[in-house]
Each structure stands twice: as C-alpha cells, then as structure tokens.
Design a protein around this ligand. Structure first.
Ligand SMILES: NC(=O)c1ccc[n+]([C@@H]2O[C@H](COP(=O)([O-])OP(=O)(O)OC[C@H]3O[C@@H](n4cnc5c(N)ncnc54)[C@H](O)[C@@H]3O)[C@@H](O)[C@H]2O)c1
Ligand SMILES: O=C(O)C[C@H](O)C(=O)O
Length: 288
C-alpha cells in the first residue's frame, strides 16, 4: 500500500495527485486544502475518474504517508517579480502545515515558493533527517535550460543547480558546449524569466512542474537512484551549509541517497556561492 499526501491541491498539487493516480504510482491519496470548496471539488473530480485509488482528506493520515508533497500557499502573479517575494505570504503557511507533521516518517517534497527557503523550513519544523526533505525545482529549471539550448541549435546534458529563483546556476561546463560568458548571461536571463510568460498566460505553471514532480516521486518509490537536480540540505557540499540549495542528488527510496560533487568552473561556483548566501539569509527566518 503506497500512500501520497498532498498539502494544497490547487493547480500544481491537484495535478500531481491526479497524475500520480493515473500513472498507478500510488494506492492511496491523502489530500488537504484550506479552501474547502476546492478540496471537495478535487476529491470528487478524482473519484469521477473511476481509478482504483482511495482518496482521503484526513490530515492525521498524512503523518504515515510514504511521500508528502507540500504545494500549499500563494503562487506568483505577473506583478510579483521574484519567487523570494513570496516568503512573507508563505512562511506562515509552512509553519501551520508542518506543525502537525513533526517526526514525519516518509519523504517530504517541497514545491511552494520560495522553494529552497521553504524546504529548509520544512526540514527544521518537521525535525526529520535532512535526506528526507527534498526541494523540487531544479528538474524544471533543467528542462527549461535544455529547451532554451535546443532553440539555439545547441544540445548537451542540461542541469541547473543553485536557487530555484534569480540565483539559479545553469551548469554550462557539463553541456560539452563552448558558450562564452556573454552568451551564458543571456541564456541565464531567459531562464530566470522562463515561467513568467506561462504565469501571465494561464495563471500559473502546471504541466512542467507536475510532470517532473511525478518523475521525482517515481524515482523515490522505484528506488531508481537516479541523479536529479534537487534542493537538499547541504553540509559542506560545494562549500555550502546552513541552507537548502539545488545540487545533483542521487534519489532513492530513502530520499537523498547521496549528493554528487561535480567540478564547477569559476563562473558556476561563484553563482553557487551567491545562491547559498541568498537562501541562507532568507532561511534565517526559520531559525527563530
Ligand atoms: N517549485 C516549483 O518548481 C514550482 C512550480 C510551480 C509552482 N510553485 C509554487 O507552488 C505553490 C502553489 O502553486 P499553485 O499554482 O498550485 O497555486 P494555487 O493557488 O493554485 O494552489 C495553492 C493552494 O494552496 C492552498 N492553501 C493556501 N494556504 C493553505 C494552508 N494553510 N493549508 C492548506 N492549503 C493551503 C490554497 O487554497 C490553494 O488551493 C506556489 O507557491 C507556487 O509559486 C513552485
Ligand atoms: O515561476 C514561478 O513562480 C512558478 C514556479 O516556480 C516555476 O518555475 O514554474
């Protein structure tokens, strides 16, 4: 019996629950949303698929789920410039939702922005092992990086580390491509803005995040030990600590089985340092 708990079943949380059910990844869904009409609608809509998946709204049952997905809170609208600007709105949501998940025994996945900061907050508030708290965003940024490279007729392994935000770090040194610094900055600029056109056009990003979150869930449940760019609580890796930041993580049934230490070039390491400093400063809010 595999159980997936989803806190916040709006655009992304709802789609993750639906996809996990459709793909037969889980036997049970435990869903919750503070907005009761939406919660009721999502439960009914899932039931009307006729899929053989039990759906519950019992938050107590979240504590024993195999995977807990945190997607509750405010998303960006076009007038909210950066994901970090969501901290004031979403910090109380993290605090409220995690209060009753102390010592959660499964794997937690943070989606809500600012994701890296919130993943650190989830880890602190839930008091679980660092490797069982995974922040989602790097896979999506990497898919966007790959898409941008292809549009320029370039191709190569595309990974994005660092912050899921303004301080993201596309790892050009692993692409096998010679991209000069000016061109790197131009691509980084496009990466930073990649989601805004979607948000402006349809209210929020859905397909991209939900697809990659479900890939992450399946990597965990199937113990694939695949290397995925995820936000992890670091302890000296890449010279960073005291924060959760995007790094290449080997993902398996226990969560983060290992963090890979890649050789970064100076342009990349400088940006990793800036990402760590930026996230660490914001994450202090969870140290109170
Ligand atoms: N990490 C990523 O790659 C990524 C991708 C997409 C969206 N996001 C982030 O995920 C979050 C959700 O985005 P969305 O588009 O699904 O938003 P949404 O508004 O559609 O859904 C959020 C849901 O959270 C619920 N909620 C708010 N406070 C709650 C609480 N205290 N308890 C339970 N539920 C609560 C709301 O009622 C709403 O239904 C946002 O912060 C967004 O920026 C992150
Ligand atoms: O950009 C956002 O605010 C949503 C999400 O983090 C995304 O990258 O799609």
């Amino acid at each position: 019996m595999t159980s997936l708990a989803v806190m916040g079943v709006g655009r992304v949380g709802g789609e993750v629950a639906y996809l996990a059910a459709v793909l037969g990844l889980v036997d049970e869904l435990v869903v919750y949303d503070v907005y009761k009409p939406l919660l009721r609608a999502q439960v009914l809509d899932l039931a009307h698929t006729g899929l053989d998946v039990a759906v519950s709204t019992d938050t107590e049952a979240m504590k024993t789920a195999d995977i807990f997905v945190f997607a509750a809170g405010t998303p960006r609208s076009p007038d909210i410039k950066t994901r970090a600007d969501l901290l004031e709105a979403n910090l109380p949501v993290v605090r409220t939702c995690c209060r009753h998940l102390k010592n959660f025994a499964g794997i937690a996945i943070t989606i809500t922005n600012p994701m890296d900061v919130n993943n650190y907050g989830l880890w602190k508030l839930m008091e679980i092992e660092p490797g069982r708290c995974i922040g989602f965003g790097g896979q999506l940024d990497s898919a966007r990086f790959d898409w941008l490279l292809h549009r320029e007729g370039l191709a190569g392994p595309a990974f994005v580390l660092g912050e899921h935000g303004e301080h993201q770090v596309p790892v050009f040194s692993r692409t096998g491509l010679q991209v000069d610094l000016e061109h790197r900055e131009a691509i980084l600029g496009r990466l930073r803005n990649a989601s805004m056109e979607v948000i402006g056009g349809k209210g929020g990003t859905v397909f991209g995040p939900a697809y990659h979150v479900v890939r992450l869930i399946s990597a965990i449940l199937e113990d694939r030990r695949e290397v995925l760019p995820c936000s992890c609580i670091v302890d000296g890796e890449y010279g960073l600590s005291g924060c959760s930041v995007g790094v290449p993580a080997r993902i398996g049934r226990e969560g983060v089985a290992a963090i890979e230490e890649w050789d970064l070039d100076p342009w990349e390491q400088e940006r990793m340092n800036a990402a760590g400093d930026f996230i660490r400063e914001l994450a202090r809010r969870f140290d109170d």
